[in-house]
Design a binder for this molecule. Structure first.
Ligand code: EPZ
Length: 428
C-alpha cells in the first residue's frame, strides 16, 4: 500500500501596503506581564483571578504547564481563573519549557512553594545567548543548591532564607524570579540594581494582593519580607506597552486620525519623546493616543536601554520607521548582542542600512517594495508587518508563529482600521 503523502500547510501573512489607517485599535494585556503572573499563581493555596489576559500562544503554553502540574485553569473572555491547591511538583519537560523564555518563572515559583524544582532550559526569541546566571546566583543566595545536567536544572533547598542580592545587570527575568523565590523565604530579601519595568510592578502587586510583603517594585531597590502563605488574589494585567508601541509606530507612519486605546502614557514615554523629535504630531488624552502621520520625518538617533529608557523590544520596529526619515539615523541596540536579524529583510525591501555589530546606520527616506520576507523572532516579525504596511506592492511574511506568540489578533486589529492584511495557508 503506497504511503499517502502528508501535505503540510503553513501560514503566512500577506499585506498589500501603502494605505492610510483610520479608526481605533484597542491594546491587549501585556505578554511580558501575564507570562510571569501565570507561574506566580501556583504560589497561592487558593483560586486566583487574572483579568485582561491576552489570547496569545504564550498564554496557552504556560497554561499547558499549569495543567501538566495538575493545576486547574479556566480562561474565558480575557478572564483567567487558576486553582493550584492540588498541584503536583513534577519535572517540567523540555518540549514545554523550550516553547518560551518565561517558562523559567516556574523555577522561582516551584522552588518557593516546594523548595524543589526540576525544569529544562527555557526557549524564547533567538536574539542573543540569553544565559540565566543572574537567576541562579539569586536562588543560590537564598540557600538553594543548583544541579545542571545537560539542559535540565534541578533546584533544592532545605531552607530558603532572606538575603541581600545585587544584580550585575538590571535583568527583568532575574528580578521577577528572585521575587517569586523570596516571597515565602524566612526573613527579608533585598534586591539591589533591580529592573524597574512596569511588568515587575504588576507581578509585585499581584503577589501583595495574595498576601506577600513586597515594597519598592518599580525602583532599583526591592524589599521582600517572607510570609508563610499566600491566599486568594486578583489582578488586572497591565496594557501591553510593546504592542502599544508597535501600533503607535504604525500610526506615526500611516495614521489618519488613528486612535490607540488603552495605553498608560508613562509606559510609552521614551517612544513618544523620540517620535516628537522626528516631527510626529501626537495627541494624548487619558489612555488614548491620536496619531496623524506627517509629510516627512526628521532623522534621529536611538539607543535601547533598560526601563525607563527606550525599550529594546521596540528597537526593531523603530528601525522600520527610521527608513522613512529624512537623512541619516543611528540606531544602537545595547541589551542583546544578536537583535539585527530583521535588517537583511528591510534591505531586501529597499532600505538603505549599514550594520556594524549592534549599530545600524539608516539613511532615508527610501521607498520600500513588497517582498517575500521572514519573521526571525517576535519583534522582527512585527517589523516585517510595519514594513509591509508602508511598502508599495505585496509583502509575504513566513514563520508567523513568532508574531502570534505576542500580538493578539494582529490581523483583525489592522484590518479594522483599513489595512489590507490577511493570513493565508500555503502548502509547506
Ligand atoms: C524580558 O526578557 C522580556 N521577556 C524581553 O522581551 C525583553 O527584551 C527583556 O526583558 C528586556 O526588556 C519577557 O519578559 C518574557 P533580561 P529577559 O533578563 O527577562 C542578560 C519580547 O520581545 N542576562 O532583562 O530574558 C540577557 O542576555 C522579549 O517580548 C544575563 O546575562 O531579559 C540580556 O542581554 C524579547 N544573565 C540582558 O541581560 C541573566 O541571568 C537583559 O535580559 C539574565 C539576563
Amino acid at each position: 500500500m503506497p504511503q499517502k503523502s502528508v501535505i503540510n500547510y503553513m501560514q503566512k501573512i500577506v499585506i498589500k501596503g501603502n494605505k492610510e489607517l483610520s479608526g481605533k485599535i484597542k491594546i491587549s494585556g501585556a505578554k511580558n506581564s501575564v507570562v510571569a503572573l501565570i507561574p506566580a499563581a501556583i504560589l497561592s493555596d487558593e483560586e486566583v483571578t487574572l483579568y485582561n489576559v491576552p489570547n496569545i500562544s504564550d498564554t496557552k503554553s504556560l497554561l499547558d504547564i499549569i495543567k501538566l502540574l495538575n493545576g486547574k485553569a479556566e480562561y474565558k473572555d480575557e478572564t483567567l481563573k487558576i486553582d493550584c491547591h492540588n498541584i503536583q511538583n513534577i519535572v517540567v519537560p523540555e518540549d514545554l519549557s523550550n516553547k518560551l523564555r518565561a517558562s523559567y518563572y516556574f523555577m522561582g515559583a516551584l522552588l518557593s512553594k516546594y523548595k524543589h524544582a526540576e525544569i529544562y532550559f527555557p526557549g524564547g526569541c533567538n536574539i542573543g545567548s540569553r544565559p540565566i546566571d543572574f537567576h541562579i546566583k539569586g536562588f543560590e543566595k537564598l540557600g538553594a543548591k543548583v544541579t545542571i545536567e545537560g539542559n535540565k536544572y534541578t533546584f533544592d533547598a532545605e531552607h530558603l532564607k532572606g538575603a541581600r542580592i545585587y544584580l550585575d545587570f538590571a535583568s527583568v527575568g532575574a528580578t521577577i524570579n528572585i521575587m517569586l523565590a523570596a516571597v515565602k523565604a524566612e526573613g527579608t530579601t533585598y534586591i539591589s540594581n533591580a529592573a524597574k519595568e512596569p511588568e515587575i510592578v504588576n507581578v509585585a502587586t499581584f503577589l501583595n494582593n495574595m498576601g506577600a510583603k513586597i515594597s519598592g517594585a518599580g525602583t532599583s531597590e526591592i524589599k521582600i519580607e517572607g510570609v508563610d502563605r499566600l491566599g486568594k488574589g486578583v489582578i488586572d494585567v497591565i496594557p501591553d506597552r510593546i504592542e502599544a508601541g508597535t501600533y503607535i509606530i504604525i500610526g506615526a507612519l500611516l495614521g489618519k486620525d488613528l486612535t490607540i486605546e488603552g495605553i498608560i502614557e508613562e509606559h510609552v514615554e521614551a517612544l513618544l519623546s523620540k517620535l516628537k523629535e522626528m516631527g510626529v504630531n501626537i495627541k494624548v488624552k487619558k489612555n488614548k493616543i491620536l496619531l496623524n502621520h506627517p509629510e516627512k520625518f526628521n532623522a534621529i538617533n536611538v539607543k535601547t536601554l533598560v526601563f525607563p529608557g527606550f525599550p529594546t523590544d521596540l528597537g526593531q520596529p523603530m528601525s522600520a520607521l527610521l527608513t522613512q526619515a529624512d537623512g541619516m539615523s543611528i540606531f544602537e541596540e545595547t541589551i542583546y548582542e544578536n537583535r539585527m536579524g530583521h535588517i537583511k529583510y528591510l534591505q531586501k525591501m529597499g532600505a538603505n542600512i549599514i550594520v556594524n555589530e549592534r549599530t545600524a546606520i539608516i539613511t532615508g527616506p527610501t521607498k520600500l517594495k513588497g517582498q517575500a520576507v521572514e519573521a526571525t523572532d517576535l519583534r522582527a516579525g512585527a517589523t516585517m508587518v510595519i514594513a509591509g504596511l508602508i511598502a508599495k506592492g505585496t509583502t509575504t511574511i513566513s514563520e508567523i508563529g513568532h508574531i502570534l506568540r505576542g500580538y493578539e489578533n494582529i490581523v483583525e486589529k489592522l484590518t479594522e482600521v483599513g489595512a489590507d492584511i490577511k493570513i493565508i495557508e500555503v502548502e509547506d
